[in-house]
Design a binder for this molecule. Structure first.
Ligand code: GDP
Length: 296
């Protein structure tokens, strides 16, 4: 699933006779070229340098790097080591999922993919098009709904997203459905407004179901390289995010993005988007990711 491997490149760094410093310089370059942020690459290698014995070999480096990355993949709030799981499950009750992210990140497509994923687990899914800010926001999700045979509750352009979500929750409550997935607006006039909007939606949801939303997923476009952190930081004021979905990992051969995001946000990556169709969503497994990054 991940087309990234650093193993060959690490091997080539360790081939010729080089000083320890030359090796570390080349390793730093390799991490940065793989989209790990420069600051993070330096910190990671400093920690490894301190632990590496004199005359260390590539196997030592790979083991040390793997240990450092494993630490990054265990954010403090990842109580059940869920970033190491290969399936995401929801509690056995009516659930609500909010999908947030900047426009163009792949948010609407991801909402549709999530609907298919959880339908595969037996959930009866309802979609809510609360992205009323954009002209095409609502209709795009409706098209997905028709294609997937999943009902979509929408609103006209400019309608209050809170009222769309309210109507959707009423449907969730009265109908024989058990999961509502809400596609939210990726842009309002200012960042503060965006956060207020998301907080408002959360409050509306909690009036119906105090323990919901079960998940708030932040969708991030993996092809944006170093800029993915800017996308993540836009939402850092909004404390409710429970997981990250990295969309478009099929469009990048670099793994640094996952490392940056997990290290910066301390929030687990839960899914990766691997293409444009509804089936192109996979639960993220840190084990698989590390194996493909550092395995043969
Ligand atoms: P939104 O503006 O954030 O709602 O983004 P959209 O869902 O409209 O997606 C923007 C573009 O990215 C569309 O052309 C999607 O088909 C595409 N896209 C979304 N997810 C993926 C993915 O995982 N892989 C690829 N290759 N394209 C994707």
């Amino acid at each position: 699933m991940y087309k990234i491997s650093l193993k060959k490149k690490i091997n080539s760094i360790f081939t010729a006779k080089k000083s320890r410093e030359e090796i570390f310089e080349e390793l730093e370059e390799l991490l940065i070229l793989s989209d790990v942020s420069a600051e993070r690459a330096v910190t990671l290698l400093d920690r490894i340098r301190k632990k590496a014995r004199l005359g260390f070999e590539k196997e030592d480096f790979i083991a040390l790097l793997k240990a450092e990355l494993s630490d990054i993949f265990h954010p403090p709030d990842d109580r059940d080591n869920r970033s190491f799981c290969s399936e995401v499950r929801l509690p056995d009750e009516k659930n609500v999922i909010l999908v947030v992210g900047v426009n163009g990140s792949g948010k609407t497509t991801t909402a549709a993919k999530l609907a298919v994923y959880f339908r595969g687990q037996g959930k009866k899914v309802l979609l809510s098009a609360a992205d009323t800010f954009r002209a095409a926001g609502s209709s795009q999700l409706s098209l997905w709904g028709e294609r997937l045979n999943i009902p979509v509750i929408g609103g006209d352009r400019g309608a209050d997203p809170g009222s769309v979500v309210y109507n959707s929750l009423n449907s969730l409550k009265s109908r024989d459905h058990d999961l509502l997935i809400v596609d939210t607006a990726g842009r309002v006039q200012t960042k503060d407004n965006l956060m207020k909007e998301l907080e408002k939606l959360t409050r509306v949801i909690q009036k119906f179901y105090p323990s919901q939303p079960a998940e708030i997923f932040l969708v991030i476009d993996a092809t944006m390289g170093q800029n993915t952190l800017d996308q993540a930081r836009r939402f850092s004021q909004f404390s409710g995010i429970t997981g990250i979905i990295l969309a478009k990992v099929d469009g990048t051969a670099k793994g640094g993005t996952v490392i940056n995001i997990m290290d910066e946000m301390k929030i687990p990556v839960k899914f990766v988007g691997t293409g444009e169709s509804e089936a192109d969503l996979a639960a993220f497994s840190a084990d698989e990711f590390l194996d493909s990054l550092l395995g043969d």
